[in-house]
Design a protein around this ligand. Structure first.
Ligand SMILES: O=C(O)CCC(=O)C(=O)O
Ligand SMILES: [Fe+2]
Length: 346
């Protein structure tokens, strides 16, 4: 089936001819798109050089990870399953994954959302207070890794997707743990801190499908943001879309087979006292092709107090509450700036 035959899988808002005011949310920023070279530094997971890792976290905040050890077969199967599930009708996806739709899925560890990647802790899309229609051009599945391993679906396709997610989650935990222990060593964090600063049970996966969009110069897959996590790890399919703000310009992140993209999140920037960079990034949409990506996000323990000279002591729970509040009332995230110590603000 060609992609254009499958519009029933799109939420009605994203079907062509929907009456959208295309003057809103226009993206007119220039991009440097040098098609041959890769803009990201490379870290080899098999023979990781701690000094290189430290340098790229400070200079760039995003890097490409090679030799990560996640089986290629697992990556391919996950992409295939995600494609199949996203191609179901919009109504079927809502039924399968929404928490209120049926008693059997009321504690489903997988929640379906569309139009925004900003979710409440329970996985519901966070509606922006302004009431504007500045939707992001995507739909997705939010997966709690702790819950996904304690659940079984009756539907065979869902059950095999669940077990792939569980295995993928294990692989991402392994990668995140190793990366963070090298970072913690670099930042000279004591062992109590480094244990609570990366809490593997907080890990979530986000499986995204970015829709095709005729107004691709006016719409975003995800608009400019930094991640709230400690570390985020992304696997993308062959369709390019991610851009990173580096050297004062927006650069396209290449889609390179069998590599992962890692980025330093806000929490790691704070833990490092601003030595590491939680880098701005965004996702473009494409006129012809849909794009699927899978992100892993891991956070500090809710009660771990982040202490450093540049910020007032705060927990990730404090940070999340502020971010949710700002998204609801202002429509955007202020983030770390709100937690700067008084000295830093003067
Ligand atoms: O899908 C992508 O390429 C990036 C996703 C992302 O930036 C996010 O979920 O925070
Ligand atoms: Fe992100």
């Amino acid at each position: 089936m060609s992609q254009s035959d499958n519009l029933e899988s799109y939420p009605p808002f994203f079907r062509p001819n929907h009456d959208i005011d295309s003057s809103e949310n226009a993206c007119k920023t220039s991009v440097n798109s040098d098609s041959d070279s890769d803009c990201l530094p490379v870290i080899d997971f098999l023979c990781m050089n701690p000094e290189n890792l430290s340098q790229v976290c400070r200079d760039c905040g995003m890097f490409r990870l090679v030799n990560h050890g996640v089986p290629l077969n697992l990556l391919n199967q996950l992409q295939d399953h995600a494609k199949k599930l996203f191609s179901l009708t919009f109504e079927a996806k809502q039924d399968l994954f929404s928490s209120s739709s049926s008693s059997s899925s009321c504690c489903s560890p997988i929640a379906y959302f569309w139009g925004t990647p900003a979710l409440t802790p329970s996985g519901d899309a966070l509606k922006k207070g302004s009431g504007t229609q500045d939707h992001n051009w995507l739909e997705g599945l939010n997966v709690s890794l702790t819950q996904v391993s304690q659940f079984q679906y009756e539907d065979p396709l869902l059950e095999s997707f669940r077990s792939l997610l569980e295995e993928y989650g294990r692989q991402q935990c392994r990668v995140a743990k190793t990366l963070f222990s090298t970072m913690a060593h670099d930042l000279k964090l004591c062992s109590t801190k480094s244990q609570s600063y990366l809490s593997l049970p907080t890990g979530i996966l986000r499986v995204y499908r970015y829709f095709r969009c005729m107004d691709s110069h006016k719409r975003w897959g995800i608009d400019v943001h930094t991640d709230s996590s400690v570390i985020s790890i992304l696997h993308q399919d062959e369709v390019q879309g991610l851009q990173v703000f580096k050297d004062n310009q927006w650069l396209d992140v290449k889609s390179i087979h069998n590599t992962l993209i890692v980025n330093v999140g806000d929490m790691a920037q704070a833990m490092s006292d601003d030595k590491y960079l939680s880098v701005k990034h965004r996702v473009k949409v494409n006129k012809e092709k849909e794009r699927i990506s899978i992100g892993y996000f891991v956070f500090p323990a809710d009660d771990a107090v982040i202490e450093c000279s540049k910020y007032k002591p705060f927990t990730y729970a404090d940070f999340r509450t502020e971010v949710q509040k700002d998204l609801k009332t202002l429509g955007f995230k202020i983030g770390l700036q709100k937690f700067k110590s008084t000295q830093e603000n003067t």
